[in-house]
Design a protein around this ligand. Structure first.
Ligand code: NAP
Length: 485
């Protein structure tokens, strides 16, 4: 099958392909070329109400399936994703812009959650707790939390979707997903798999909307008592709003929010390994990832050698262009707003005394959404780029001389998602693990995310964990059973 075969216009609710009641649509375009890919249904609260009703009915039936039956369904989805990896990757590149190899990696990443949670579903044990009395037994069982909702971002359109749908289904929950305005097509291609496998109607619903309608859908999900969990990945501000709206009916929230990752390179680091780790972390998805290295602290004794190696490696490795073309390793940013944000952070830093240590080749394109990879040195706290999540292909370097002070600087943020450090000193590694206030820490390694690990942050980076054993527990409630004997 071809990528084009998966391009849809309708949302997917109760196992049916539906338009919005008023036939309203929104355009989805290729950020590399500006070509219109599809006009997609802009659902509102009417379609959402239908989705909630359908998900409730499916929830009732699905929760009665055995863990074995649920695991079988997850494995069927896993194999279908593997079978369709090529056309789905092409579609993902077309709507999101990332290079084809990265898009393929994301499809396999998404598939891996279905395999992992199929296996976890079968090992989700309760407990028998020793009693203080002879006439009863204390037992706990894990039950599905109920109907769930997921709101997902554009940067990993199917990775984030899979990280929520797979554990929900494994736990025995139905789910309603609202994908981002820019990238609903991969989500709908996933729905095509659900449809083709004839999976229970209402179990997985994809409700597509534009950005104007998203807050209305978000608030409705928060205040609807039928929805027992909202899992959101996106910006910290939107996450805080959902948290506020959900207080009314004490709804459980799982929040994966923004990051501001420090990347510490100590004087004993292996420079080529640290440079490669930084390139992989900062330039994957053109820097538009929440765990991307954002503030790069380099020890003053190796600063110049590090910058030189980095600038050379960028020249050799990064080729900007349309992600569908061979040899391209970095695509466009998602939209004009993203380009303007990166531009203004860089201009502010340069005006306040930062140095451009790399070339900045202008890249002309039909959309104007390409921003070249660059390195800035001499970053100070007076510059906006020092504290903000860049979300673009810019490396901003800060020199340091003292371990204690740099750890304090690394922790001096309300974000707490991921941190990285490069050093060979085992005692220092132990100190870093103790002192870094982050949900995830990479030591001499920058590729953190897989299905097997508990992904998530502390402070304002979120609540809960996705993936790992813990990822299933987000979708479960514990019931204690006191059994008289
Ligand atoms: P965003 O604006 O918060 O959008 C994310 C999702 O929320 C989209 O589906 C969006 O829909 C929807 N949305 C927007 N406003 C809403 C509202 N008021 N109520 C309900 N839903 C609403 O975030 P983004 O700019 O697309 O994504 C980038 C952010 O996500 C970055 O800060 C990044 O760090 C974070 N992120 C975090 C993780 C993690 O795991 N921690 C992973 C990836 C990204 P529309 O598209 O229709 O507006």
């Amino acid at each position: 099958m071809l990528a084009e075969d998966f391009i849809r216009q309708e949302a997917f609710i109760n196992g049916c392909w539906v338009y919005s009641h008023d036939k309203k649509t929104f355009p989805v375009t290729n950020p590399a070329t500006g070509v219109l890919l599809s006009e997609v249904a802009c659902c509102d609260v009417k379609e959402l109400a239908f989705a909630i009703k359908s998900a409730q009915a499916a929830q009732h039936l699905w929760s009665q399936k055995t863990a074995y039956e649920r695991a079988d369904t997850l494995l069927e989805i896993y194999y279908k994703l593997i079978e369709r990896q090529d056309p789905l990757a092409k579609l993902l590149t077309q709507e999101q812009g990332k290079p084809l190899a990265e898009a393929k990696g994301e499809i396999l990443f998404a598939a891996s959650f279905f395999r992992w949670f199929a296996e976890e579903a079968r090992r989700s044990y309760g407990e028998v707790i020793p009693t203080t009395k002879t006439d009863c037994r204390y037992i706990t069982v894990k039950k599905p939390i109920g109907v769930c909702a997921a709101i997902t971002p554009w940067n990993f359109p199917i990775g984030m979707l899979a990280r929520k749908i797979a554990p929900a289904l494994a736990a025995g929950c139905s789910i309603i997903v609202k994908p981002a305005e820019q990238t609903p097509l991969t989500a709908l291609a996933f729905a095509q798999i659900i449809d083709d496998l004839k999976i229970m109607p209402g179990l997985v619903n994809i409700v597509t909307t534009d950005a104007e309608t998203a807050p209305i859908i978000g608030e409705k999900l928060c205040v609807s008592p039928e929805i027992r969990l909202i899992s959101f990945t996106g910006s910290t501000n939107v996450g805080k709003g959902l948290y506020r709206h959900s207080a009314e009916n004490v709804k459980k929230l799982a929040l994966e929010l923004g990051g501001n990752a420090p990347f510490l390179v100590f004087e004993d680091a292996d420079i080529p390994i640290a440079v490669q780790g930084l390139i992989n972390s900062r330039f994957r998805n053109a820097g538009q990832t929440c765990v991307s290295a954002n503030r790069i602290f380099v020890h003053q004794t190796i600063h110049d050698a590090f910058v030189e190696t980095l600038v050379t490696a960028i020249k050799q490795q990064l080729k900007l262009g349309n992600g569908l073309e061979a040899g391209i390793t970095m695509g466009p940013l998602i939209d004009q707003q993203a380009v303007e944000k990166v531009k203004s952070l860089v201009e502010d830093a340069l005006q306040k005394g930062a140095t451009l240590a790399s070339d900045k080749k202008v890249f002309n394109s039909a959309t104007g959404l390409f921003y070249p990879p660059i390195v800035l040195t001499g970053i100070t706290p007076a510059m906006k780029i020092h504290d903000e999540e860049i979300f673009g292909p810019v490396i901003s370097i800060i020199e340091f001389s003292n371990e204690e002070a740099v750890i304090a600087q690394a922790n001096d943020t309300q974000s707490g998602l991921a941190a990285y450090a490069y050093t060979k000193d085992i005692k220092r590694i132990s100190r870093l693990s103790d002192q870094l206030e982050y949900g995830m820490v990479g030591i001499n390694y920058s590729a953190l995310s897989t299905a097997e690990i508990p992904f998530g942050g502390v402070k304002e980076s979120g609540l809960g964990r996705e993936g790992g054993r813990q990822g299933l527990e987000e979708y479960q409630e514990i019931q204690y059973l006191c059994l008289g004997v």
